[in-house]
Design a protein around this ligand. Structure first.
Ligand code: PLP
Length: 394
């Protein structure tokens, strides 16, 4: 069949460039030690930064939520799917981020991907003369949100505040939206949020912060990037995800109440989808208690200690560890095939480390993306460092 032949040819072309992606089936809960295809592996590739994805108290809360609310929400939030559990979660999340926002409200979403589509299209939709300023290394969901907004998009170079200043200066848009990851997902570094916010305030622009990798891990209380940088502004629109450090799933936007009301009224990725199961919202209340409490602080401290240990034990000559102080510790190898060979060799030795290739990262910067969790031990971190140091020499 002609149609299938065309697809086959394209898949073969991907394979020839070492760009075929495969899925491995995990038999056990998300944790440092997982069973994959009958083998026990030590995993360094999840975004479960605090080790909450299989936490017994959160699992018990999920069961309690199912007992109380059943399994499905049954409809979108604006029809009949908005449950008491969603309201409680919104209030709790608004309280989390209220020190950094003005008149804060929060709104929950099924996924971070949808939250980003909603924020960008929702903010852009109110003015025909909108321009979006997007950081070069932004997550795909932010890029897709900007595309869906069907308005002008300027991409500014990674962490280049001066370049952004020049673009804002030159813009005649009456609605300016600056969009950035806080922790860059494939690099692990932090955006210069204080300088970006100062610029946005000067130019009367929104600053949309995607804190997928900061929520739960950054700040003394785990409130994320805004707490870490001690920011506070009505220009901030904050997006946090709940499937990474929070260990469950979903996402939220926190911002001034008027921004949130605009999203409720206008954002199609909020309006035209079934609300997440209320039991998930109920489980998240326990996750947030842990994040903000002493256990969360202990877990963040341990994670920071592991990252410091890792940076000390790693002794590479050709491969490039990126300058990151977060739980995301990428090592740039360059070519796709060499990167995937390194990932496969580690796998053979019992370590699961993902290889990241274009288009997720720029061409010729394929890398191993090592991520740490508070559930890892010092011995496990030392074992991976020794294996990598050895592997680079062979
Ligand atoms: C994971 C991620 C998202 C998407 O969140 P999901 O809840 O997984 O859909 C958005 N932005 C960044 C930077 C991410 O890493």
């Amino acid at each position: 069949m002609e149609l299938l032949n065309k697809l086959d040819t394209q898949l073969q072309a991907l394979a020839a460039q070492s760009l075929i992606r495969t899925r491995r089936t995990v038999e056990t809960p998300c944790a440092p030690r997982v069973t994959v295809d009958g083998r026990e592996l030590l995993a360094f590739c999840s975004n479960d930064y605090l080790g909450l994805a299989a936490h017994p108290a959160i699992a018990a809360a999920l069961q309690e939520g199912a007992d109380r609310y059943g399994t499905g929400s049954g409809a979108s939030h604006l029809i009949s799917g908005h449950s008491r559990a969603h309201v409680a979660l919104e209030e709790r999340l608004a309280a989390f981020e209220s020190p950094y926002l003005v008149d804060a409200r929060a709104l929950t979403f099924c996924t971070g991907y949808m939250a980003n589509l909603a924020v960008i299209t929702g903010l852009a939709g109110v003015d025909k003369n909108t321009e979006i300023f997007s950081e070069a290394l932004n997550h795909a969901s932010l890029i897709d949100g900007a595309r869906l907004a069907r308005t002008g998009v300027k991409v500014y170079p990674h962490a280049d505040v001066e370049a952004l200043a020049a673009l804002l200066e030159a813009s005649s848009a009456t609605n300016k939206i600056v969009v950035t990851d806080s922790v860059f997902s494939m690099d692990g570094d932090l955006a210069p949020l204080p300088a970006l916010l100062a610029l946005c305030e000067r130019h009367d622009a929104w600053l949309v912060v995607d804190d997928a990798h900061g929520f739960g891990t950054l700040g003394d209380n785990g409130h994320g990037a805004l707490e870490h940088f001690e920011l506070r502004s009505p220009n901030l629109v904050y997006m946090g995800t709940l499937g990474k450090a929070a260990g469950v799933g979903g996402a939220f936007v926190a911002a001034h109440a008027t921004v949130i009301e605009t999203l409720v009224q206008r954002a199609r990725p909020y309006i035209f989808t079934t609300a997440a199961p209320p039991a998930l919202a109920h489980a998240l209340l326990t996750s947030l208690d842990i994040i903000e409490g002493p256990e969360g602080r202990r877990r963040r401290n341990h994670l920071q200690a592991l990252v410091a240990q890792w940076r000390e034990c790693l002794a590479l000559r050709r491969w490039q560890p990126l300058a990151s102080e977060t739980a995301i510790q990428p090592i740039v190898i360059g070519p796709n095939d060499e990167t995937m060979r390194a990932s496969a060799a580690l796998y053979e030795q019992g370590f699961w480390v993902g290889g990241i290739r274009p288009p997720t990262v720029p061409a010729d910067t394929a890398r191993l993306r090592v991520t740490f969790s508070a559930a890892h031990t010092e011995a496990e971190v030392a074992a991976l460092a020794a294996a990598l140091n050895q592997l680079e020499r062979t």
